[in-house]
Structures are given as C-alpha cells and as structure tokens.
Design a protein around this ligand. Structure first.
Ligand code: NAD
Length: 362
C-alpha cells in the first residue's frame, strides 16, 4: 500500500481528563492503523497534563511532559478540565494553565479549525440543510495575543477592571501569511475579520493584512467587521473559504461555526507555530458524559487527519482517514450526540464501537 517514502515520527499523546482518554485512544489507534497500512514508523510517548497531572505531580504541565513535547514531531491531545475547578474559580493551580503554557512554550500562535459538514449529518445541525450544504470554511484564529495576554488590571476596591487588547505587527503578519498560503491551496479567498471601525488594534490588523495581500495577488482578500461576520456565518456560510481573525473574535466565531458541523464531537483543530504542532478536538473534558463510554471519538480521529496533513504532509493518508469517517457515517453508525431521531435506520453506538467501525474501514 505504501506509495511514498516511509516516514519516521515521534508522537506525544496527552490524553488529559474526562472523556480525553476515551476519545484519544481512538485517535491513536487510527494513527497505528495508518502506520501499518502505509508502512510508516510512528513512535508513541505518553505525557500528563491537566487535572490528572495536578493530582500526580502538583503541576498542570510537568517538566517531563514539556520536554517530551519539545522533542516530539507532533502532539495528539484529548482535553483537560474537572468540575472541581469550574466550581471554584479561585483555585490557584488549574488544568487550563497547562494548556496555555504548552501553547506558549511551543510558540503555537495559529489555531486552525476546518468547518465542514459531512453530508450525512445535514439533519444534525440546527441550521437549515439548504443553507449548510457545501459549506467548507477554514478558520485561522490567532492564539497567543489579544486581550487574553494583554496587561490585566483591577481596582483594589473592585470598582473597575481592564484587559488590554494589544497586537504587534509581527503577530498579525505571521498568522496572516499562514492564512494566505492556505487560501492558495483552496479556493483562493481570504476574509480577514476585525473591528477596525472602533478598535485601534483592529486598524493595525487590517493595515498589516492589506499590505501582505500585495504578496498574494492570486488570493482575493476581503475585510469584514466581526459583528457582520457573526451574522453572515449563519446567513450564508458558503460565501467563506479561509477566515483569519484575532484571538477573542476567533474564540467566539469558531464556537458559533461549530454548529455548521452539527456537533462539538465532530470538530478537530490544529494549533501550530513554526515547529511541533498540537492536534486536538475542540471539545472539552465533558464531565457530564465522562466514563459512560458514549463520547464521540470522531473529533479526535479527525484531529489525526489534520496531523497527517498539516504536520507530516501526508495528504493521501489524511484523505484515507476522512474517507473512513465518511463511510462509517454513511453506513448509519452514530454516537448519541449526532443521532437523528427521525432516521430509523441509524445504529446508535458507543465510543469504542464507533472507533472500531472507522478502523475497520481503514
Ligand atoms: P465540553 O466541550 O466539555 O462539553 C460541552 C457539551 O458537549 C457537553 O454537553 C458534552 O457532553 C458535549 N460533548 C463534548 N464533547 C463531546 C463528544 N466528544 N461527544 C459527545 N458529546 C460531547 O465543554 P464544557 O462542558 O463547557 O467544559 C467541560 C470542561 O472542559 C471544563 O472544565 C472546561 O474548562 C474544559 N474545557 C477544556 C477544553 C480543552 O481541553 N481544550 C476546551 C473546552 C473546555
């Protein structure tokens, strides 16, 4: 089956908390199946992060995990989070600190989220099928700047608080370049989303993107205000190809866009910089369903497709994974989150049975 050169890759698996280990197991199994089928050599290591790491070591990102991450070619990540911390926002040591730190240490400044609906799931979305059919969007959300990392202040007496929204030219430039390059390989349309009518940082953002567009004359570059973009995404998602936007706007718009794909359990993402990338489902640790064996593993499996494509340049292998997912859905297999009550021939299966169906089709 091997059609190209055998590749050797070191992959760090960080399963994390809640449903993380349940779904990541199937991401890893898919990587193993791909390695076997295409005669690649994937070597796996495991690392702790999140609540499990705090419990074991007191640190949400132990040094050992960080070292393994730095030495790996790619990271397959599940999810972190535990109700204990959600119920007490003042706990000083928290699972999400591990994720923020690994992003920072590895310089993961671009978060890519492909939003594409499998035809089989048209009915699972809350949006009308005729609006959705054919929508295929690739988001580039900036990940290491904006109000999340700007200076934070609050008055001693609690009467005011502020978060600084700040962008540097180089931060905009590096993610915009990645977005232009990606648009070149797709339908050659890039929409940059900002709030340049009001925000100084957005005016800088727009000026940088406009200047860069001269280097990509083959890509049609447009600009849209974020409030309009929020509306257009639902009104006519097919108008978009690649969207590039800042951290805060991207956080909100990508969750909104997840509805285009039907369920959180279907969406994968890649966080990349100039070295090792991290590939993960967009969902969290889902404590409400953890341990029940009903979580949808497809977002983890589709994250593996992103790893193969973006991280390792193995397009054929990535396509094989997506095809196997598509065929599994076509055969009628559904986890609860994507089940359509009105289609009687659906087979509702748990996490493991769903994973096995995909492996079988590989
Ligand atoms: P969540 O994504 O964990 O769950 C939201 C809803 O979607 C839940 O009803 C859940 O059951 C469902 N869901 C999520 N993934 C699913 C899957 N694969 N299959 C079926 N259903 C699925 O978000 P939340 O409930 O807001 O957060 C839970 C915890 O996860 C919190 O501690 C939060 O901090 C953490 N979190 C972590 C990440 C991450 O690790 N990247 C992202 C978001 C939230």
């Amino acid at each position: 089956m091997a059609t190209q050169q055998k590749v050797h890759k070191n992959i760090l698996v960080i399963s994390g908390d809640g449903i993380g280990p349940e779904v990541t197991r199937w991401g890893r199994e898919v990587l193993q199946a791909i390695a076997q089928k295409y005669e690649h050599d994937f070597h796996f290591e495991e690392g702790l992060m999140g609540h499990v790491a705090i419990e074991a070591t007191g640190n949400p990102l132990p040094d050992e995990t960080l070292q393994k991450a730095q030495q790996s070619d790619a990271i397959l990540f599940g999810a972190i989070g535990h109700p204990k911390y959600d119920q007490d926002p003042h706990l000083p040591v928290r699972p999400e600190q591990g994720l923020l730190r690994i992003r920072k240490e590895l310089g993961l400044y671009a978060n890519l989220r492909p939003i594409k609906l499998f035809d089989e799931l048209l009915a699972a979305s809350s949006i009308r099928p005729e609006v959705l059919q054919g929508a295929d969007i690739l988001f580039f959300r900036e990940l290491t700047g904006d109000v999340y990392f700007g200076e934070k202040k609050k008055a001693e007496d609690g009467s005011w608080a502020s978060d600084l929204m700040i962008y540097h030219r180089y931060e905009v430039e590096r993610i915009a370049r990645k977005a232009f390059e990606a648009a070149r390989k797709r339908r050659r349309k890039l929409c940059s989303v900002d709030k340049a009518n009001v925000l100084e940082s957005s005016r800088l953002w727009r000026a940088v993107v406009q200047r860069l567009s001269a280097d990509y004359p083959d890509v049609e570059c447009t600009h849209m205000f974020v409030d309009n973009a929020a509306m257009q995404l639902i009104r006519d998602p097919r108008q978009f190809d690649v969207i590039v936007t800042a951290n805060l706007f991207g956080d909100i718009l990508t969750d909104e866009a997840s509805q285009i794909a039907g369920s959180m359990g279907m969406l994968a993402s890649a966080s990349i910089g100039d070295g090792t990338g991290l590939y993960e489902p967009i969902h969290g640790s889902a404590p409400d369903i953890a341990g029940k064996g009903i979580a949808n593993p497809l977002a983890s499996i589709l994250s593996v497709a992103l790893m193969l494509q973006i991280g390792f340049g193995l397009q054929e292998e990535a396509d094989a994974v997506i095809r196997a997912v598509d065929q599994t859905l076509k055969a009628g297999y559904r986890t609860l989150d994507i089940a359509d009550k009105h289609t009687p021939n659906h087979m509702i299966v748990g996490t493991d049975a769903m994973g096995q169906q995909v492996i079988q089709r590989l």
